[in-house]
Write a protein that binds this ligand. Structure first.
Ligand SMILES: [Zn+2]
Length: 295
């Protein structure tokens, strides 16, 4: 596919002085003006490729003496124009904004190809509804739209308070990647992201906790029961939305194959919206989950 030039995203084209143009203001890229250049820049729209632009310029911009290919290649080398072919294509429908972002930060828009087909499922209790809705909305805007897949690639399990452990049995048994999220008093704990047999699991977490809190198994036994009483959490809207952003980021890391912060770790958001804490979680020697890993 040929190069389809487009002006730098989100940056206005401005005249700096009689002989210079500028694109953007942060701080902006300054470049020399030349006869016909502004007219050419007006034709650059990300839809026309270099051949098409050259054909139009030959008749419409006679004052432009240098070949169009030379001009746009030079502008590309200084970041004034980018190549729109990197942002679109059959596998990137609805991902234009994400692709523009990745391209601008030096990433590879090809990383996004798994997003449309990625199957996600949410398991949540009534107290987790608001956090799940925020997360769904962010993921949908990021191009991950299959949120109720019957055969998911990742199951996100959100609960208000520690959930009954039975909820993790089926995904662990099926080898299904799962991400526990607990709304815990005034904060949100995300992780560990469990890839069964490959990363530390929730049972590893419980066994570590039992090592220093002998009553943990007795407490675990009572989790998720209707007899347990609980006041709704003290989570601000800001912290809830911040947790949604971090949760969505962990899901996208799993989708895109990027580094996840919750493998062998928990990420805690709150109590303030800008507070983040991570806690490491290792395999526990008595947990059978890594037998698969050793096999
Ligand atoms: Zn384990």
């Amino acid at each position: 596919m040929t190069f389809r030039p487009v002006l730098r995203p989100g940056a206005p084209l401005l005249r700096r002085d009689a002989t210079h143009l500028q694109v953007g203001t942060s701080p902006g890229i300054v470049f020399a003006d030349r006869p016909g250049l502004v007219q050419l820049l007006h034709l650059i729209d990300g839809a026309r490729d270099v051949d098409r632009l050259s054909a139009i310029a030959r008749t419409a911009i006679p004052e432009l003496t240098a070949p169009v290919v030379e001009v746009v290649t030079e502008l590309r080398s200084i970041g004034v124009v980018l190549d729109a072919t990197r942002w679109s294509g059959p596998q990137r429908r609805g991902l234009d904004a994400e692709a523009r972002h990745l391209d601008m930060v030096g990433g590879d828009p090809d990383r996004l190809v798994r997003r449309p087909g990625f199957g996600l499922a949410f398991h949540g209790d009534p107290g987790s509804r608001a956090l799940i809705e925020v997360t769904r909305s962010i993921l949908a805007a990021s191009g991950v739209t299959r949120h109720d897949s019957p055969d998911p690639d990742l199951l996100v399990i959100v609960s208000c308070g520690e959930p009954a452990r039975a909820v993790f049995e089926s995904p662990a048994h099926l080898g299904l990647a799962h991400l526990p999220v607990v709304i815990d008093e005034d904060r949100v704990r995300i992780g560990p992201l469990v890839r069964p047999g490959r990363t530390p699991c929730v049972s590893c977490h419980d066994r570590h906790r039992t090592d220093w809190d002998r009553a943990w198994p007795a407490l675990l036994h009572q989790l998720g029961r209707h007899t347990a009483i609980m006041t709704p959490p003290g989570l601000s809207a800001l912290t809830s939305h911040a947790a949604g952003v971090e949760l969505a980021a962990e899901v996208l890391a799993q989708v895109d194959g990027g580094p996840a912060r919750t493998i062998g770790r928990c990420l805690v958001v709150g109590p303030r919206h800008d507070e983040r804490t991570t806690r490491p979680l290792a395999f526990h020697h008595s947990c059978g989950c890594d037998l698969l890993r050793a096999a």
